[in-house]
Write a new protein. Structure first.
Length: 245
């Protein structure tokens, strides 16, 4: 039957039922025990990038839709499974993958080429959605759903460490990927500079170098995000100097 022929009130009713199902928290209750086994599929299907991208997309969409309503235990389960997912993804697709970008090509060809790296975009967006949990908890009354800020930042920086081998100058030529990456890194460096200063040197140095690269980017948003990130580090450095002096 033609979906356009469905009466409006039926469509509205379906939407209401769907919203009620989501708001009830039944989906997180059902999915939470399955998150770790699902993340393990990243290693099992490591040779099939289509399946790997689908797993990243599933975790990204789940985080986007349900992070606000997750209990503390459900959220920590999602963090743990996401970390394992990205670890498996990195082991099989980040270190040995060759990024090629044709400089002279049409806009359509560029778009198609960027879409071939949708898995990387999904990984970045997953980290962005996981990071929103810290700000959701700040705006809510203390309760069972709250997660410590350090637990949120730990999983974000761990995830960044996993995908950093892919973030070459070639990949950062793609506009959407570039914007998402610098949006995340600039925000994390600006908002959590005290955490950044405790990161392992290799990770800290790689993130800082990417921001220095982003500062001179032609895109205004990318350069601003990079400057905000470096500004956060500068403020943290000055603060520690004052406290030490």
């Amino acid at each position: 039957s033609d979906a356009r022929a469905i009466p409006p009130y039926i469509s509205t009713q379906r939407h209401a039922i769907s919203c009620a199902f989501i708001s009830s928290g039944r989906i997180p209750q059902f999915l939470t025990p399955s998150l770790n086994p699902l993340s393990g599929l990243m290693t099992f299907y490591s040779q099939d990038l289509v399946i790997c991208e689908s797993l990243l997309r599933f975790f990204r969409d789940y985080a986007e839709l349900f992070v606000p309503m997750l209990t503390r235990e459900q959220c920590l389960a999602l963090f743990s499974a996401s970390a394992e997912l990205l670890k498996g993804y990195s082991a099989h697709h980040c270190s040995s993958r060759v990024i090629k970008h044709c400089v002279k090509s049409s806009a359509q060809a560029d778009l198609e080429e960027e879409q071939s790296y949708n898995d990387v975009l999904c990984a970045l967006q997953l980290l962005i959605h996981l990071g929103t949990k810290d700000f959701i908890d700040v705006c809510t009354i203390e309760g069972a759903g709250q997660v410590e800020s350090s637990q949120v930042t730990d999983v974000i920086f761990f995830g960044l460490q996993q995908i950093l081998p892919l973030m070459t100058s070639g990949l950062l030529q793609f506009p959407t990927l570039c914007t998402q990456y610098f949006s995340l890194v600039g925000f994390m460096m600006d908002t959590y500079p005290e955490k950044v200063c405790t990161l392992p040197f290799d990770l800290f140095n790689a993130l800082l170098e990417s921001l220095l690269f982003g500062m001179s980017h032609a895109d205004v948003f990318v350069s601003k995000s990079s400057l905000f990130g470096i500004g956060g580090l500068a403020r943290e450095h000055l603060k520690t100097q004052v406290l030490a002096g």
